[in-house]
Design a protein around this ligand. Structure first.
Ligand SMILES: [Zn+2]
Length: 63
């Protein structure tokens, strides 16, 4: 799967479970979205919230 950098935003954050730095790919087309992303390191699910192509929040799914 490849992404065109002209149409995607990258956001740097940290896994809310293990603290590893992660890069999220945000779809700037969607005004507001919330989805589950699995950490590449600890494989636990985090809930990612974005708005207008910006990262708003990353939290543990069990919070
Ligand atoms: Zn993790």
């Amino acid at each position: 799967m490849s992404y065109d950098p002209l149409f995607t935003n990258l956001a740097q954050t940290h896994c809310p479970y293990c603290g590893v730095p992660i890069t999220l790919i945000i779809d700037p087309i969607k005004v507001h979205q919330s989805y589950i992303e699995d950490c590449e390191v600890c494989c636990r699910p985090m809930e990612v919230t974005t708005e207008d192509g910006q990262l708003i929040d990353v939290k543990r799914e069990d919070d």
